[in-house]
Design a protein around this ligand. Sequence first.
Ligand SMILES: [Mn+2]
Length: 253
Amino acid sequence: MQLPQGKKIFFASDFHLGIPDKASSLLREKRICKWLDSIRDEAAKIYLVGDLFDVWFEYKNVVPKGYTRFLGKLAELADAGIPIEIFTGNHDLWMHNYFPEELNIPVHFDSITFEVNGKKFFVAHGDGLGPGDKKYKMLKSLMNSPLSQWLYRRIHPDTGVGIANYFSRRGAKHQGTQDGAFKGEDREWLILFAKAYLQKEHIDYFVFGHRHLALTLPIKDSLYVNLGDWISYNTYGVFDGNNFSLKTFEAHA
Ligand SMILES: [Mn+2]
């Protein structure tokens, strides 16, 4: 793909809509909509790299209540012909056909690679990549299994989403105390993953969510990026055809 003159590719992740409470989530949701409005004219493509919702669980005929402004904004941009792609994160991996069918937005359940203006991108939410976290990897494959999702869908949505909310909030608290700070280049799983990946294939830009760190780190002649989040940072990634930068959305809503 070659970017048209003046067009850019945008990346953001970890909106975690829904927490910590309705009022502050709504402020964040409106801020995200303003950001989407602000980039719409320049955007050749928008990648939303996972954990957009603190809990998302699709039933065959039911999706969770809420997030109307955000979903409406996605619909508006997609209908205007701006290509948007979504990644699932560890908080919202239970997506099925709602986004592709309702909004014409494809959903990636795994990492993707692509090339723009001769630069190679590797994009993933980042959960379950790299060494360690065996317990989570087991849990993820269990949660991704069609049988367990089918079984879970037998539970009434009020109960099913309620249980998911409960565990998600417990997890967030846990993560806040355990994983918040940068652990160092040799202890961050995604950095180790990127370094190992570079042994077999060249990538110019590794773009990850998940860690809630706003960080760019050169690894040899590649750039490793953590997109931050929209709880503390309001950060997003921009590729202008030549360079990748991490920016902060300043408008306050
Ligand atoms: Mn997250």
